[in-house]
Design a protein around this ligand. Sequence first.
Ligand code: GLO
Ligand code: MG
Length: 381
Amino acid sequence: MASYQPTKNDRFAFGLWTIMNTGRDPFGMETRSTMNGLDVISELGRRHVYAFELHAEDLVPADASASDRDRILAEARRRMADENIVCVNCGANVFSHPVFKDGALTSHDPKVRQLAMQRYLNAIDIGRELGCNLCDLWWGRDGAEVDAAKNPIEAYKWLREGLNYLQGYIDKQGYIGHRLAIEPKPNEPRGDTYLPTVGHALGLIATLDKPENCGLVVEIAHSRMAGLNAYHDLAQPLESGKLFGCHLNGQKPLRYDQDLRFGAEDLKESFFVVKLLEDHMWDGPRTFDAHAYRTADRDEVWDFVEGCMRTYLLLKEKVRRFNADPEIQAILKDLRSGSAEKLPTYEDLQKASFDWDALARRKLHHERLDQLTQELLLGVG
Ligand code: GLO
Ligand code: MG
């Protein structure tokens, strides 16, 4: 019987920023105090969370002196060791400060582009010092509202140039195993973001100097914001070895970025997301990138943390039952019979005759299969 109690082996992770979130939104001020990044590391570790992600600036302010930086990082490492929690991604905050108001890597101003790259170099260094090997780039401000002002062709060139430049730094420093990832998002805070979806990001990655060293962090809410199927969006990079990270949360489709607790919206899709990661034994961290509701106080943020992990474990147990359910498995076996058949030669295929009517009459049992899935999720199966 599953206990639904998280353990370090579940490889759950949270972004530091998710716990530090104060409930502020575009129309309202904070509803709870923030938390120091170091304390977040300790609190997550105590709650059996395996890892954390961060923007370097969540821990080390951009204007920190060299000695403050070193002191903070030493303290972070001490807390990580005390609570047995690791760091799995360190990116940069190149979206909050007004200097990035019209983009970071794609700003028209070369000084702003350089500043953004300096922040990313800093994030790679800090990530290294915290023992992680990923720099996830979520370029919140790299996009546009006024198309008259910006040229997307130029923007894509600058993104490629920026990624190649960062890769050059990783190579020059000899940071073996350190990788880059793009986290696509269709909009918000910009009206339109460059590289809005998984497919767009994969397309750009293929044109990099070292495409093998750049992958994706897929956030399921971002797929839903674009009206896409998050399960499918995760599957494509997973299939091609490009899934370097995932951000799990809840989101109503085609809306502003809601960052709801994992599973709080669209349980069925969340189930298939868990099924995908578990069935394929994806070995990366299950990172939650969401916030407690604005109505939550500081204590309730921990309810949100527990809720994300518990829902994942509940869905994982449903996956186990789905995979063990005789009726479901019999339908799947029938559906897939023959599906691994190899392609014939061109000559054989050209000569082959097909029984169109029999093929079209084949029973697929989708009604029954989906109902069984539904019942399982509703606690009947
Ligand atoms: C915002 C993004 C953001 C990124 C983070 C990664 O919508 O999801 O939270 O995941 O900046 O470093
Ligand atoms: Mg994210």
